[in-house]
Write a protein that binds this ligand. Structure first.
Ligand SMILES: [Zn+2]
Ligand SMILES: [Zn+2]
Length: 973
């Protein structure tokens, strides 16, 4: 059959002009059909005409006639059509398909289409002449296809998304919501590849959820207080505020170039008083409730940064920032009583199981470090008092042979005083106190200690136990004293070996005897008790309970629970932070600022000091105030809050970020909370998450929120590395996102980041990888704009099709289309396997490429549907190019607003074909095999067919010939 692809502006006429247009164009089709053409007509909204009530029955009937033959596809006059038609003119490549272009040059009204003149095969001209149509046979000059120009496309769509406020959302209880959040950035000045990775991951989730019909909150802001701003400001002689806000402007522009579907109207910066005033309020509320207190405690102190450092800011005994040796210094500090929630913080981890990585849950559990055991007093040999220990191994009490104390233990002074080794002991104390606290807990720490010269008494054996100070015992944990049981604890064992202290075995494996002198390591497994008074012979597990009962009854000890978790020191001796809303009055002491006087504004009219010390204590206007209680003169607190304070509740503020009457609108928080998907680095797996969890629980108990956990699901993404190492200036292996976007476009960078590694793994930057991503998008561009030019119509994804009416190839395309959508959704949701999702889309593109000629000829509908689906499925990953192509194929609405294509599970089934089986040329059976079954499988099935098997029984099979999809001939003899 002759085939005609006819484009006609007449059909625009059909919808908006007079009758003559209708009859003219319909008559042309009549002619063509009569002359035996099959018509492929990408006309404007032809299907819509069919639904048009006021269309005259005459035209309706005529139209139906052409549509019934299954070759009319929906199309409209998009820029794509223009380009497609130009391409059709552009040479012989499409001649086989495109035979007719009818244009509307007779209509001044459509003069913009005047380039659309006839591609004039003779027979069409004949038709036209017969009908006396005005035809201007002329070919346009050289025309080259539009190249994929990511920068132009990306700028266009970013501005369109912003202008249309497409990603702005409001709480709407009638709609299901989804809150996706990536950890907000510190405004260091420029985004790096790590940022690009985490925000791209979050964006794909946000976009796919939005397409799935959820009301998606996806906000962005700035964790804007903190040391680096201040230090950079000192170096550059700038105000930290100026530096910070300029950085925010830079980074915002960079992030916007990535095309993230963020609701920028919710942007916040924690250094704004509009933000931190509310956490000052929380501080006062916590203080009222006893969750804030002041305490003198030894702190990690960096002499160069003039600040207290958190334990995790100390690396190898050195300041994380400036590498100075960290000292210990006693300071009055503000603490948050996070330990009041230790039990709940631990128990609620159960509720996060499945939603959070198991690794993070374990880290949180270990950090909280709950242990159940007993507190036991060991009386001092000389004078009153006792050393109190906390132990989880009361079953080894009879084996305790010496005592290890922390160097900071309050009894230390008394124990060493006047002893011959006092000088040596004091030197040891000084050395240990200045050691990194984390290092002191490391398993591989070389155990070191010093004898105090004093003894205590084991309360059950009466043994005189030497008291040591040991480097691995910390004051912060338990009681700062450890009863040493060297036969059954490895640290104690190593210590005892080093200092020649006695071992006593009190637990043995069932049926074995342990010799203390022969031990090469501590025996730490359960077993049976020996030499343990009334408990001898008991199982060690049972003995723990029995001994705890007995200790309590005998008044020698009590059951106790101990946590490794410490209260949170929130004081920082820095300028660039939120002021702590407290004042010191000579008469009244520590007095909270009145709520009505909030915010306590950080003064901006300061000079950063060259020596790095905070300028706040010298700022008289800030420091001098009046006492909220008595009105007398008072001084303000000049410490500022740890920046973890700001990041512990920003996700709540996003719910109503402009609220100036409250920290957040409780209704909005109720609607959006908890965050459905949180994405961030594993480096925040402990503190930030723990503090945020604490905040939500504490705010719940203050009546601010009604939920208990901030983040329902957590994804911790890996780092971006290059040449095997984390990108850093000092290593010279930094890849700048801006440069990559300028060279390849944001879509390519996004696709590369998603494709190169599963999100939780480290991603190795590779130039060939990003080239590959760029090639893939160019190929997609070429497929839609060239190979399938004029074929793809805006059908909507996964267009319902009657598979029976399709050719086998089109049916296979349809199967792949549906399978791809199903796989992409499954891989992304819950599993975040963006790489395999993209791989599936690449396969579909390859299949279309490989079969483009045949598919175009056999069924443009199936091709249309597949391409529409392909664009929808890829759009969360590469949103700009997909929007552009979506528009080019004729859609009027944004792809970002499209529903996620619903796949039909039935379409996933592989086709089967009936293959006839002959034996020596005679029909003996039929078998059903999968259309894509391999040759061997078909031959096997053929030989196994019942009737065939009967006919070849006892004979030698000489040859089996397979004609794919049709027949098997078995030659016997
Ligand atoms: Zn430092
Ligand atoms: Zn006062």
């Amino acid at each position: 059959m002759k085939r005609a692809l006819v484009d006609s502006c007449f059909w625009i006429g059909l919808c908006d002009s007079g009758d003559e247009w209708h009859s003219t164009s319909l008559d042309v089709f009549s002619e063509l059909v009569e002359e035996g053409f099959e018509i492929i007509a990408p006309w404007p909204t032809l299907y819509e005409f069919l639904g048009t009530k006021n269309l005259k029955p005459y035209y309706l009937d005529k139209l139906k006639k052409y549509i019934v033959d299954g070759r009319v596809v929906k199309f409209d006059d998009s820029p794509f059509r223009e380009r497609a038609l130009r391409a059709l003119f552009d040479g012989g490549a499409r001649k086989s398909l495109v035979d007719w272009i009818i244009c509307s040059i007779i209509d001044v009204h459509h003069s913009d289409f005047s380039f659309l003149v006839t591609y004039n095969p003779k027979d069409f001209l004949d038709v036209c002449k017969k009908r006396s149509f005005a035809i201007k046979p002329e070919r346009p000059g050289n025309f080259s296809m539009t190249k994929y120009d990511p920068l132009a496309i990306e700028a266009k769509w970013q501005s369109r998304w912003t202008q249309g406020r497409h990603f702005h959302v409001e709480a709407d209880p009638s709609k299901p919501r989804y809150y996706v959040l990536e950890m907000f950035p510190y405004p260091s000045g420029r985004i790096h590849m790590g940022h690009v990775r985490v925000y791209t991951i979050g964006d794909v989730v946000a976009r796919i959820k939005r397409m799935q019909g959820l009301n998606v909150l996806h906000p962005m802001g700035w964790d804007a207080f903190g040391l680096p701003a201040e230090n950079a400001a000192i170096k550059r002689r700038l105000h930290p505020a100026k530096w910070t806000y300029e950085n925010i402007d830079n980074m915002r522009a960079q992030l916007q170039k990535m095309g993230y579907s963020l609701d920028w109207e919710r942007e916040l910066a924690t250094c704004d008083a509009e933000y931190y005033r509310w956490e000052q309020l929380f501080f006062l509320k916590f203080y009222e409730k006893g969750l804030v207190y002041r305490k003198n405690s030894p702190q990690n102190w960096c002499p160069d940064c003039h600040t207290v450092l958190a334990n995790e800011q100390v690396e190898d005994g050195k300041c994380w920032r400036c590498d100075s040796e960290v000292e210990q210094k006693d300071l009055e500090q503000w603490f948050l009583r996070i330990t009041a929630y230790a039990d709940e913080l631990l128990a609620d981890l159960e509720t996060l199981s499945g939603g959070w990585p198991e690794r993070v849950l374990t880290m949180q559990r270990n950090w909280i470090g709950k242990s159940v055991g007993c507190e036991i007093d060991f009386p001092l040999e000389e004078g009153e008092g006792a050393v109190r220990v906390f132990t989880t191994r009361q079953d080894t009490l009879w084996g305790a042979t010496f005592m290890s104390l922390a160097a900071e233990h309050p009894l230390a002074e008394r124990l060493i005083k006047g002893k011959p080794q006092e000088g040596e002991t004091r030197a040891f104390i000084e050395k240990i106190r200045n050691m990194d606290r984390i290092k002191r807990q490391a398993d591989d720490l070389e155990k070191e200690g010093v004898f105090t010269g004093s003894y205590c008494v084991n309360p059950v054996t009466g043994l005189k136990m030497p008291i040591y100070l040991a480097n691995f015992v910390l004051m912060g944990y338990g009681t700062g004293a450890v009863m040493a049981v060297p036969a059954h604890d490895q640290r104690d064992f190593e210590f005892a070996q080093k200092y020649g202290l006695p071992l006593k075995v009190v637990i043995e494996p069932r049926g074995e005897t342990l010799d203390a002198d022969a031990l090469t390591a501590a025996y730490t497994e359960p077993g049976l008790l020996r030499d343990s008074g009334d408990f001898t012979g008991k199982d060690s597990g049972d003995a723990k309970i029995a001994i705890a009962d007995w200790l309590e009854a005998a008044g020698k000890g009590t059951r106790a629970v101990n946590y490794r978790l410490r209260d949170w020191n929130v004081s920082r001796q820095r300028y660039w932070g939120a002021p702590i809303p407290m004042v010191y009055c000579e008469k009244c002491g520590v007095v909270p600022v009145k709520e009505s006087d909030l915010p306590v504004r950080l003064p901006l009219d300061i000079q950063v000091r060259d020596d790095g010390r905070s300028p706040l204590p010298d700022n008289a206007a800030f420091v001098n105030t009046s006492c909220p209680a008595c009105g007398g003169p008072a001084r303000r607190e000049t410490d500022t809050l740890d920046t973890f304070f700001e990041s512990s509740w920003y996700f709540l503020r996003y719910c109503s970020p402009k609220d100036d009457t409250a920290p957040f609108d409780p209704e909005a928080v109720r609607y959006w909370s908890p965050v459905d998907q949180y994405v961030g680095g594993i480096e925040h797996a402990i503190l930030h998450l723990l503090y945020s969890r604490f905040f939500v629980k504490a705010l719940r108990d203050l009546g601010y929120v009604s939920h208990a956990e901030p983040f329902a699901n957590l994804l911790t993404q890996g780092m971006v590395i290059k040449d095997g190492a984390k990108m850093s200036k000092s290593k010279g292996n930094v890849v700048d996102p801006d440069e990559m976007v300028a060279r390849y476009g944001a879509d390519t960078v996004r696709v590369f980041m998603l494709f190169a590694a599963p999100p939780e793994k480290d991603l190795e930057w590779s130039d060939s990888g990003i080239e590959g991503a760029a090639r893939f998008l160019s190929r997609l561009w070429r497929l839609v704009t060239e190979e399938l030019a004029g074929v793809v119509a805006p059908t909507g994804p996964c267009l319902a099709q009657d598979p029976e009416a399709l050719s086998p190839l089109a049916r296979e395309l349809r199967r792949r289309e549906h399978a791809t959508v199903a796989k992409v959704a499954k891989d992304i949701e819950g599993q975040f396997q963006f790489n395999t999702a993209i791989a599936a889309i690449m396969e579909l593109v390859n299949f279309l490429f490989a079969n483009v000629e045949a598919l175009r000829a056999e069924d443009p509908r199936a091709v249309s549907s597949a391409v529409n689906t392909l664009l929808a499925a890829l759009s969360p990953m590469a949103p700009h190019v997909c929007e552009e192509l979506w528009e080019m194929i004729g859609h009027k609405t944004l792809l970002a607003d499209q529903p996620w294509p619903a796949h039909d599970p039935a379409a996933l089934a592989t086709d089967t074909v009936t293959v006839v089986v002959q034996v020596l040329g005679k029909l003996r059976g039929k078998i059903e095999v999968a259309a894509d079954a391999d040759e061997d499988a078909v031959k096997q099935a053929a030989l196994a067919e019942e009737n065939v098997a009967r006919h070849i029984a006892g004979k030698t099979v000489r040859k089996v010939i397979y004609v794919p999809g049709k027949l098997v001939n078995v030659v016997v003899g």
